[in-house]
Design a binder for this molecule. Structure first.
Ligand code: SAH
Length: 247
């Protein structure tokens, strides 16, 4: 029996619980997302299993740009890792969630590791952070640590491909007038909590960053962020490379 890991469902891993249930049974409970600021939301679990054809154009673009040794950060059910692996790339997938990692292994991701990105070591030509992947940075003040860490992980000429959204539109009234938070926090700093069936996770910080702020932060930390493409809802794909290798 391969899937021993399913016998223990950590009570704090709603994402992994949803992914493992869907993989095992073709069904999953609602993966609910709560936030103190935004309306309650839901992640459609089958979406985490999307094929290349089902992916948004920006994700397809990111996969087409991936080269060399690839690190898929917060890889979830492994949809991006599997596509790149099928194309013959050397992919390592990491995720905090033990059940996500167990599922990725069963789905055929050859190198799937349960690991926190922020203390993961290795050398990669491409670091993929998709589905608002740069969100794991959490808050703006963690960006310098993020850039220091990608400097350790990136091979010479390496690239980070990440997506995010400018969520300023969420803080506008019907006339388009902004009502941004009046404290000094950045409007893209969100807190979320997830729940699926009886499994509730701990609250966590999640960063949505607008392209100008990302580009400025990259520059201040020795990197250059190029906006590779824009989606249809304030979302974008960025390629981050060391300033010293800028064209
Ligand atoms: N990239 C996948 C999944 C996105 S969901 C996709 O596009 O379908 C985000 C994933 O990031 C979750 O599975 C979560 O467990 C993982 N994650 C969050 N913080 C992380 C961290 N610090 N290190 C590694 N993985 C993390």
């Amino acid at each position: 029996m391969k899937n021993l890991s399913y016998t223990v469902i950590p009570s704090t891993d709603p994402m992994g619980h949803a992914i493992a249930s869907y993989h095992r049974t073709g069904k999953a409970g609602r993966l609910q997302v709560f936030s103190p600021v935004l309306e309650d939301d839901e992640i459609p679990v089958p979406w985490l299993f999307r094929t290349f054809e089902q992916m948004p154009a920006l994700e397809q673009r990111a996969l087409n740009m991936a080269r060399g040794r690839v690190l898929d950060v917060g890889a979830g059910a492994g949809c991006h890792s599997l596509t790149l692996q099928q194309r013959g790339l050397d992919v390592t997938a990491i995720d905090l969630s033990p059940l996500a990692v167990a599922t990725m292994r069963e789905r055929g991701v050859k190198q799937a590791l349960q690991h926190d990105f922020f203390n993961f070591q290795g050398r990669f030509d491409t670091i993929l952070m998709l589905m608002n992947g740069i969100g794991i940075v959490g808050t703006l003040n963690r960006l310098p640590a993020f850039f220091r860490h990608i400097d350790e992980l990136l091979a010479p000429q390496g690239q980070v491909l990440c997506d995010s959204s400018d969520i300023a539109y969420l803080f506008e009234d019907e006339a388009g007038k902004p009502f941004l938070p009046d404290d000094s926090s950045y409007y893209g700093e969100m807190q979320f909590q997830m729940k699926c069936d009886e499994v509730t996770g701990a609250p966590f910080n999640w960063l949505y960053i607008d392209p100008d702020t990302l580009q400025r932060a990259a520059h201040e930390n020795g990197f250059s962020a190029t906006i590779v493409g824009q989606g249809d809802h304030f979302d974008y794909l960025a390629s981050i490379t060391r300033l010293s290798q800028a064209p």
